[in-house]
Design a protein around this ligand. Structure first.
Ligand code: G1P
Length: 290
């Protein structure tokens, strides 16, 4: 089975980033020259995904507008003969087919994914969380799709984190397989209290899910934080069908965290064609003074 669709939940309130996110969605915060959500959609596109499903909520229309065609802006740019800029905007609006569904209540990540069930239908799909940016030549989602071609089962992306940080993540306990970076999942716990799991394998926001996940999500009761947790439904799914954890290649930035966001700006800035070299020179000067 081929994976064609990606679900991207963007309904969250962005409270970790207030006051910046009081009037704009956190997904629209800029990293160098584009909003964070564009990096996520571009990862899906360069991994071969054909359709993106945004799970949105009130106040998030800027995200849909960003990927839409803006007639007035296009005309204004044409009049001013700003051809390159016009082409760049056109590229964004033609990036991929986009559908939006509304999550009417903030009941958790599991509920957000469940909201997309009718649009996803009966096929495996990719999930990308907007806070997690991964820099690597081969996109993280592409690496997972390659593994999916081999195993045809659900996969969660994982990364080793310091033990004292495991309480911030969904944690996977499993057994390494012969295939490099790949584990068979035995147990998953959402944000375990210190001392309740010995694993340091944290789920990072990329998942490939079999459509059966929707049945489990429909039955999942509120878990950690009183929310319907995706991890809880995945544990039930993994018990029934099996699941893989994949330690992706690449550097991950938590753009939903203020320090992580700053680090992401620097990482993308330093890789930028024209800004990279002057930014590096500036950083050298700055750090020499520290
Ligand atoms: C979510 C998931 C968690 C995962 C994390 C990765 O948590 O529930 O399992 O480890 O994303 O970023 P959140 O960060 O939304 O609280």
């Amino acid at each position: 089975m081929k994976i064609r669709k990606a679900v991207i939940p963007v309904a969250g309130l962005g409270t970790r980033f207030l006051p910046a996110t009081k009037a704009i969605p956190k997904e629209m915060l800029t990293i160098v020259d584009r909003p964070t959500i564009q990096y996520i959609v571009e990862e899906a596109v360069s991994s071969g995904i054909e359709q993106v499903i945004f799970v949105t909520s009130q106040g998030k229309s800027a995200i849909e507008n960003h990927f839409d065609y803006n007639f007035e802006l296009d005309m204004a740019l044409k009049e001013k003969k700003k051809v390159t800029l016009g082409r760049e905007l056109e590229k964004i609006s033609n990036l991929i087919d986009i559908i939006s569904v509304r999550q009417k209540k903030p009941l958790g990540l599991g509920h957000a994914i469940w909201t997309a069930r009718h649009v996803v239908g009966n096929e495996p799909f990719l999930v990308l969380l907007g806070d997690d940016l991964v820099i690597n030549d081969q996109p993280c989602a592409r690496q997972m799709l390659d593994l999916f071609d081999e195993v045809q089962e659900s996969i969660v992306a994982v990364q080793r984190v310091p033990m004292e940080e495991t309480f911030q993540y969904g944690i996977v306990e499993g057994e390494p397989l012969e295939r490099a970076r790949t584990h068979k999942v035995h147990r998953m716990i959402e944000k375990p209290a210190p001392g309740t799991s010995r694993s340091d394998m944290a789920i990072i926001g990329r998942y490939i899910l079999m459509p059966e996940v929707f049945e489990f999500l429909g039955r999942t009761t509120p878990g950690h934080g009183g929310e319907i947790q995706l991890t809880d439904a995945l544990l039930a799914l993994s018990n029934q069908r099996g699941m893989y954890a994949y330690e992706f290649e690449g550097t991950r930035y938590d753009a939903g965290d203020k320090l992580g966001y700053l680090k992401a700006i620097l990482a993308y800035g330093l890789r930028h064609d024209t800004l990279g070299a002057p930014l590096k020179a500036h950083l050298k000067k700055l750090t020499a003074k520290l």
